[in-house]
Design a protein around this ligand. Sequence first.
Ligand code: GLA
Length: 512
Amino acid sequence: MAAEVPWVDSLEQVYGDGTPNGIPSEYRQRFGNLVKTFEREYDQKPDFVSRSPGRVNLIGEHIDYSLYNVLPTAVVNDVLIAVQVVESGEPKFSIANVNSSKYPKEEAIIPKSGEVTIDKQNHKWSNYFLAGVSGSLQTLRKKHGDNFVPKGMKLLIDGNVPAGGGLSSSAAFVCASALAVMAANGLRVTKQDLLDECIVSERSVGVYSGGMDQAASIFSERGYLLYCQFWPKFAAEHVPVPQADPEFTILVAQSFVTSDKAVTAPKHYNLRVVEVTLASVVLAKLFDIALNPDHSSLGFSLRNFQEEVMKKDGKLEETMKYQVDAVIDIVKSRLDKDAYTREEIAKILEISVENLEKEYMSKFPVQADSFKLRQRALHVFEEARRVLAFRQTLSQSSTLDKEKLLRLGDLMNQTQESCAKTYECSCPEIDDMCSIARKSGAYGSRLTGAGWGGCTVHLVPQDKVDAVQEALKKEYYYKKFPKITAETLKEAIVISKPGQGSSVIHGNALSV
Ligand code: GLA
């Protein structure tokens, strides 16, 4: 049977390390504060808390929406939503935040029929909550009929995943929100259903993301990496973090260059979604292949193209590495222009520019005159190959030696190079941080998440952790932000331990 999102009755089940040591006192303080603030705000105790974490991606960047495998894991930072269900009256949501000066309280009425409206032009913090509501409402109405009216809810939110910081605060917020609505309406949801719902939900905010963030937020298990497969359908494998000699640490460092995916989507994220989709249909046309629509954002993915070429050539039985190598050769030989205009693409596809725009650029707006099909496709296929190599290195032995760690680091460095030059989703600050970390001993350093700012991830031998941290402080943070406070600096670099995926915490576990 498909696994359900767990309901737990102790904080140890979420944050403990499995030993009798309990959990750090800050966690209890945070929950204590959440409950106290809830009582102050609503004069009642919450019934439960729904929570979902942010994620860090180790390798496999910008390839989930081309339906290739990726290797993220949840971080311990998460979004908590304390909920009190309102049994009667109109379905109204009161949405407050523990940080009320930054995120003022809002109210929303849920329509008795039809969809939840989200004003994409007006990027309010509560949009992400409404996005979660819109997805869960669809599921609830599928189950209980179109006239189903959800219960009202009093909500208090406490998130400690830095917003716009590259650790997917948005997926954490959307997943926790959808889960809260389902729980308030008595539905025990499976992880798969929550994932499907949250991918659609996040798209309602205007970002056509691939599903990696939501998958990592929902499916992760403490102590494991999450190997996500998207083709032919989603599947998750829990890969234990390997032992290593010398020991290593995963370090996550913020660039403090904020990149809000929803705001910049037409020039950045969504534009890449259009480019890789156009690359798939152009390649298919050049090869005289008719692609069947798949479940990627715009219906045609590079993974789909790979499958069809291999089918045509009778090579489907070959290894993934063989197949990916073959499509890389195809891109190199068949896509020879640096950039393709709308007219050029329409000509290859034998359709009008108007139809091209209608088919591939009308679901969401993009701002571009030309499209770098060759570069984007190359990044995707080569990154897919790196993920295979990374996964294979991890599974070669139970303890990684230095040579294998260097190999993993090298793959991460290659990803960064490709993100910077071929996919153009890095930025000077991230490039800078990666070279500082490498110079001071990191085996591998790269951006993590969508990029254009956000966060970096580093594979660092244990005995170099201090040196890398010091170098980042001296050569990046103090230089770029001379007034940075000790507190901000403390949050800037964290040692990342794979955290636990989504859960609902029973009210009785909240009297901490
Ligand atoms: C964002 C998206 C993900 C993924 C990454 C890039 O985080 O939400 O689906 O595409 O960017 O790897």
